[in-house]
Design a protein around this ligand. Structure first.
Ligand code: FES
Length: 162
């Protein structure tokens, strides 16, 4: 953790989290907004973050945990700087999702759902990403669609995110 520059003893991340919570303090209806902002700040939602949010908004920790585990967008574990979502929808699956996943596994040394030790990549398997005409496809960071994938293209694509 990085200590706050003002010398108050609280770490910088915690101070920023408290600022986010302050916007919705005592307002349970702000839970999803606060969780989203907190995850954008920290990268995931560990227990200490959920506890502070629960206390700040006046909801139970169970309720916070329930929301975090309900929405796939939220994560309880650290995720990489780049999120690779490999499509396993029908069109992609038929055209080679398994080969794409194997190439990612061989190149990065991780399985689906895992993050590389250097926190660079997280690999996830998702359903149709709306690029069926480009099957098999994957999307990186929610915006870069890579389609008609061949396993041998994977190392070169990953290099773009060095
Ligand atoms: S099935 Fe893969 S993009 Fe639609």
């Amino acid at each position: 953790m990085v200590a706050c520059s003002c010398g108050c003893g609280e770490d910088e991340l915690t101070k920023q989290l408290e600022k986010i919570i302050d916007e919705y303090r005592g307002q349970p209806s702000g839970l999803i907004q606060v969780l989203t902002k907190a995850q954008n700040l920290i990268g995931y939602l560990p227990l200490w973050v959920q506890t502070r949010i629960a206390k700040g908004l006046g909801v139970s920790l169970q309720e916070v945990y329930g929301v975090v585990t309900f929405y796939a967008f939220f994560s309880l574990i650290p995720r990489g700087r780049h999120k690779i979502a490999v499509c396993a929808g029908t069109a992609c699956y038929v055209k080679g999702t398994k080969k794409v996943l194997k190439a990612l596994k061989d190149t990065l040394g991780i399985k689906e759902g895992q993050t590389t030790p250097d926190s660079r990549f997280t690999v996830e398997v998702v359903r149709c990403i709306g690029a069926c005409g480009l099957a098999p496809a994957m999307i990186i960071d929610g915006k870069d669609v890579h389609g008609r994938l061949e396993p041998e293209q994977i190392p070169e694509i990953l290099e773009q995110y060095a």
